[in-house]
Every structure is written in C-alpha cells, then in structure tokens.
Write a protein that binds this ligand. Structure first.
Ligand code: ADP
Ligand code: MG
Length: 399
C-alpha cells in the first residue's frame, strides 16, 4: 500500500463528509449500507449528491465494494483511512505537504512531511494486520473473527499506544522524537537527524556506545518499561558536538535516540524477563558482529534490574496505557496481533522484506492468487550495507 496523495486536492468538502461517514459507519458495519452513509454524511444535496461522492471516492479507491455482498454498501480502504488522517493533520496545521517515504516496513510506512513553516517532520502510518492478508490462511484467524482483529482497529491502536508512550517518555526526558500529533493510525513526530545503528560501520569507542545503550535501556526499566524490540533498527545514533570553551577543542558525544514503541510492555508483564533478555542479547550480538566488541561483565539481569523500578525518583510509566484510555482488552488484542506478526516473520521472513512494487492488498478478491505466489527473492538480497562512520574527531584545521 503506497500513500498516494494526488487525489487529495480534488476532493470536495462533500466528498470528505461522505468519506468520514463511511468511517463512522465502519464502527458497527463491516460493509456500511448506503442509507447509513447518507444519514451520517448529513448532506443537503440528498441521495443523488451522496451517490456522486461515493462514486468519486470509489474511483480513487478510498472506499470499496465487496464482492458477493448481500446489500449495497462500502467499506473504508487503507487509502481512505490515510486520507482522513492526513486531512485532520492538515486542518490542524501539523502537516502542509507530504514528501518522500524514508522507511518501509510491513508494519508501517515512514514519510517525510513538512508543516506550513517548511519544517520537516516524520509521519508514521501504522499498518498492522496488513501482512496477514498476504500470507497463509491460518494467520487470518484472529483477523476474521471480529472487529478486534481488523487492520483498522489494530493499526489505530498501535498508533495510539505509540503516541502515548512517545509523549510519556518525552516528558520524562528520555531521548525520543518529539511527539507532535496523532490521528487514527498515524502519528506525527520530529525528524531525528541521525542514522539508525544498523547503518553505522564504525565508531571510535564501541565500549562507550554500548554502555550508553545499556544505560538508556536501564533508564526505561526504572520507569517500569521494557522496549520489546530494542535493536539496531530502532535506535538512532545522534552526534552531539560541544566545544570546550577553554581549549576550543571539539568534543563529540554519541547519543542514542530510541524509537518504535507499539510493543512496549511493563516490567511486571508475565513474559517480562524473556523480552528483557531478548532485547539485551540483541544489542550484544550486534556489537560483537559489527564492532567486534564483547562486554567484559555479564548481564544486566532482569532480577536485579526489577529492583530498580520506580527508584531514584523515576516516575513509573507502565500505567501510561490505561491513562490514555487503552483498556486491558485493547492492550491484549494489540499484543496478540504483534506476537502473531512476530511469529509470521520468523516463519516466513521473505514476506516481510520491503518491496517497492507492492500491490494494493486491500482487495480481498486477489488474495487467493497471491497466496500461491513466491515472494520476490531479489528483494531479500537487497540488504543495505552499513556505511556510516560516526563520532570521529574531524582533522584539526591547523594540521
Ligand atoms: P517500524 O515499526 O516499521 O519498525 P519505525 O518506527 O521503527 O517503524 O521506523 C522505521 C524506520 O524509519 C527507522 O528504522 C528509522 O530509520 C526511520 N524513522 C522512524 N522514525 C523516525 C524519526 N522520528 N526520525 C528519523 N527517522 C525515523
Ligand atoms: Mg522499527
């Protein structure tokens, strides 16, 4: 699913109302009946105007009909939900223009956007539940049963959770992007001008960088949190440059900035220790492979770190979810979907490789054919090579 904003400016105020009506109707109907769309859109032009709008929206694939439906109705597509979210961001002046896509995951699209002052920001569009339409049938079990498995519900929940944690962590002074806005399955945050650890080939002092990553992780733990996906893709490394006023020499500090929070859990979670160990191991394995660095001391260990939760004046943030209105049931649904997604990824990694020419996965009609197809094997070879050297002092001017 590519975000294609071209049709946006051609939509009339009435089209937007009808689109919003389909969204509203989706809360109770898988396929929103036309009379309900008419009622919710509250247009003065009556049913002929509504049907004109419906036809425009269907032509631009913002809403879709389902084959074999027993009545005349429409559902919102990914594109439709994207447009509604963008429309809200633009009306609130958080987004003025949408630029290029900087990251493609199977769980999200990361877009460079600008506000009306021209300042660049990041738009993250959650796409949880999307992959399951392309993989084996059994994976669809939880999606098919009820609304709690639908992509719209899950993606919106993921965005809400991520925004809640981003805000809480930012307020607590943890280095994360600055949260700007949230709508439906999307969040707007500041652009961190720093490469992910994944792209870095060399640093002057791997031991120091390792120590700062562990320190950051332990800070999260003191707030009662386990990241749950603490790896080289989700840690950006910023170069902070300071000048010693006495000597005039430059000092470069590498500061990790952590991103990506939909899977964050509490230190009290039943599987907390497993996720904790997995996160720490991820960092260890990466440092050994990439920088040939191995820490001399073992640990940190969950049981020791657990004792530090809420200590030293650290505010507990693991109740953030409840505070933001995400119920226990919602949190469970999201967790189940994320876990299922992880399992699918382990079983079928090719299906999760980003591919530039993705087809529109919206149409259920196509899925039977897609299932039999082989994943594009060229794409998986296209892993980018780390090339960034970071943190080294530039050669002195006089030399
Ligand atoms: P996903 O859930 O798909 O893994 P992430 O939030 O981890 O999405 O973002 C994917 C990639 O996009 C990151 O690895 C990073 O390169 C880039 N990215 C995401 N957010 C930002 C940001 N605020 N600033 C800069 N780059 C970002
Ligand atoms: Mg990520």
């Amino acid at each position: 699913m590519k975000l294609d904003t071209r049709a946006m400016r051609h939509l009339t105020a009435e089209d937007w109302k009808v689109l919003a009506a389909v969204e509203q109707g989706s809360k109770n109907h898988e396929l929103v009946p036309v009379p309900i769309i008419e009622r919710f859109s509250r247009l003065k032009g009556g049913s002929s105007l509504v049907s004109k709008c419906i036809s425009t929206l269907a032509k631009t694939s913002l809403i879709a009909k389902m084959k074999e439906a027993k009545y005349d109705g429409y559902r919102l597509t990914y594109g439709g939900l994207d447009y509604l979210a963008l429309h809200t961001h633009s009306q609130k002046k958080h987004i003025y223009s949408v630029g290029t896509r900087v990251g493609v995951g199977k769980e999200s699209d990361i877009m460079l956007v600008a506000d009306h002052t021209g300042a660049q920001q990041i738009l993250k569009i959650h796409r949880l539940g999307r992959i399951s339409f392309r993989t084996v049938k059994t994976n669809r079990d939880y999606l098919k049963k009820n609304a709690s498995g639908s992509w719209m519900y899950l993606s919106t929940l993921a965005a809400r959770k991520e925004y809640a944690f981003l805000s809480a962590l930012h307020s607590a002074g943890i280095p994360v992007p600055t949260p700007i806005a949230h709508s439906r399955h999307t969040i707007v945050m500041s652009l961190v001008d720093a490469p992910p650890l994944r792209q870095i080939s060399s640093v002057p002092d791997p031991a120091a960088l390792y120590a700062s990553l562990i320190e950051l992780y332990l800070r999260l733990a003191k707030h009662g949190l386990i990241h749950g996906d603490y790896n080289e893709f989700n840690i950006l490394i910023r170069e902070d440059i300071s000048i010693n006023p006495e000597t005039g020499t430059e000092k470069i500090t590498l500061v990790p900035v952590v991103i990506d929070f939909p899977q964050m859990i509490s230190m009290e979670h039943v599987n907390a220790e497993m996720y904790f160990d997995r996160d720490i191991n991820c960092i260890k394995i990466f440092f050994e492979r990439r920088f040939h660095f191995k820490p001399t001391t073992p640990g940190p260990f969950y049981k020791d770190v657990k004792k530090t939760v809420g200590r030293d004046g650290f505010e507990r943030l693991d109740a953030t979810l409840e505070a933001s209105g995400i119920t226990k049931k919602m949190a469970k649904d999201l967790e189940a979907a994320i876990r299922q997604h992880e399992e699918e990824k382990l079983q079928n990694p090719e299906a999760f490789e980003p591919s530039e020419d993705e087809e529109d996965d919206d149409e259920d009609e196509d899925e039977e054919e897609k299932e039999g197809e082989e994943a594009n094997t060229d794409e998986k070879e296209k892993e980018e090579q780390p090339s960034i050297v970071i943190g080294f002092q530039s050669p002195s001017e006089s030399g």
